[in-house]
Write a protein that binds this ligand. Structure first.
Ligand SMILES: N[C@@H](CCC[C@H](N)C(=O)O)C(=O)O
Length: 289
C-alpha cells in the first residue's frame, strides 16, 4: 500500500506555497522532489514550498531552537534554497495557528535569515519583523528585451534589484530572469522588482523571483521596494527619527511596509490556508525517476 505525505496549500497575497508539515525532519525533500511538488501541471503547484520542521530537528536551525520552536525550511519552486521568504513566513505562521501549535498574538519563527518576530492579529493579518535592509553601493542595470533601467541593490537577507519604471507593462514578460550588470553584483542570482508610483508613499510593483519566475507577490521584494523608494524620495527614518510606511500594491494584493528609525522593517498582510491533502508517495517516487 502506498504511503502518503500530508500537505497543505496556502498563499500570502497570492504568492502560493505547498506546505509540508514534517516536525521531525523525516521527509526527504530533494530539490527534484520540491520542483515536482511545485509543478503547476504535473504536481500540486506553488511558487515555493514551506517545509515545517522543529528547529531542534534541523541541522540548519538547531542553534535557534531555544528562541523559536519551528523552522521555516523555505525552497523556491525550482527546488533551490533561498535565504528568506517574507510572504512565506506569514503563511508559515498561519499554518502553525491552523494546526493548533500557536494562537493569535506573538510568536518567533526560525528562518535561514535568522529568528523573525511574527504577530497574528485578531483581524487576520499577519505582521513579520523582517530585520534591516542592506543597501550595497554600486551601479546596477537590469534589462527586459531592448529596454534597460538603473536599479537599486537592496538586500533583505536575499538579493533584490529595484528598478523604477513609468509603466509596469514595460517590464514585459518576466518569466525568464531579466539580465543584469555587473555580474559581480549578484553572484547567486537576484529577484528583480519593477516599480511605478501610485501616489504619496504608495507604489505598485511587478516582480521576477529568482528560482520561480514572475510571481503575484514577493514580501522581501515589497520591503526592498519600500526602502528603495524612501531613499529615492529622500526619506530615511534613521535621519528623521520618524517611521515611514509605504503601501505596496502587487498583482496579488496589498502589503504595508513600515521602516522604523532603528532600521527595522515590518511587513503586514494577509495569509491564507486554502486546502489540506495527501501526497501519494508512489507518485513522488515515479516523478523522480
Ligand atoms: N516570495 C518570497 C521570496 C522567495 C525567495 C526568492 N525567490 C529568492 O530566491 O530570494 C518573498 O515573499 O519574500
Amino acid at each position: 500500500m502506498s504511503t502518503r505525505i500530508a500537505f497543505l496549500k496556502g498563499h500570502g497575497t497570492e504568492n502560493d506555497f505547498v506546505i509540508v508539515p514534517d516536525p521531525e525532519n523525516a521527509v526527504d525533500l530533494s530539490p527534484a522532489a520540491v520542483a515536482a511538488l511545485c509543478d503547476r501541471r504535473a504536481g500540486i503547484g506553488g511558487d515555493g514550498l514551506l517545509h515545517v520542521v522543529r528547529s531542534a530537528a534541523h541541522p540548519e536551525a538547531k542553534a535557534m531552537a531555544s528562541e523559536a520552536e519551528w523552522f521555516m525550511d523555505y525552497r523556491n519552486g525550482d527546488g533551490s534554497i533561498a535565504e528568506m521568504c517574507g510572504n512565506g513566513v506569514r503563511v508559515f505562521a498561519r499554518y502553525l495557528q491552523h494546526a493548533g501549535h500557536v494562537g493569535e498574538g506573538d510568536l518567533a519563527v526560525a528562518t535561514r535569515g535568522g529568528v523573525k518576530a511574527v504577530h497574528i492579529a485578531k483581524d487576520g493579518d499577519v505582521t513579520v519583523g523582517m530585520g534591516r535592509a542592506r543597501l550595497p553601493e554600486g551601479e546596477v542595470t537590469v534589462s527586459v528585451g531592448e529596454r534597460s533601467w538603473p536599479a537599486r541593490n537592496v538586500n533583505m537577507g536575499n538579493p533584490h534589484a529595484v528598478a523604477f519604471v513609468d509603466d509596469l507593462a514595460h517590464a514585459g514578460d518576466l518569466f525568464t530572469p531579466p539580465p543584469f550588470t555587473p555580474a559581480a553584483a549578484y553572484p547567486d542570482g537576484v529577484n528583480v522588482e519593477f516599480v511605478a508610483d501610485r501616489g504619496p508613499r504608495h507604489v505598485a510593483l511587478r516582480v521576477h523571483e529568482r528560482g520561480v519566475g514572475e510571481t503575484r507577490s514577493c514580501g522581501t521584494g515589497a520591503c526592498a521596494v519600500a526602502v528603495a523608494t524612501a531613499r529615492r524620495d529622500g526619506a530615511d527614518p534613521a535621519v528623521t527619527g520618524t517611521p515611514v510606511t509605504y503601501t505596496v500594491d502587487l498583482p496579488g494584493g496589498r502589503l504595508l511596509i513600515t521602516e522604523h528609525p532603528d532600521g527595522q522593517i515590518e511587513m503586514t498582510g494577509p495569509a491564507v490556508i486554502v486546502a489540506t491533502g495527501e501526497i501519494e508517495a508512489d507518485w513522488l517516487e515515479n516523478a523522480l525517476r
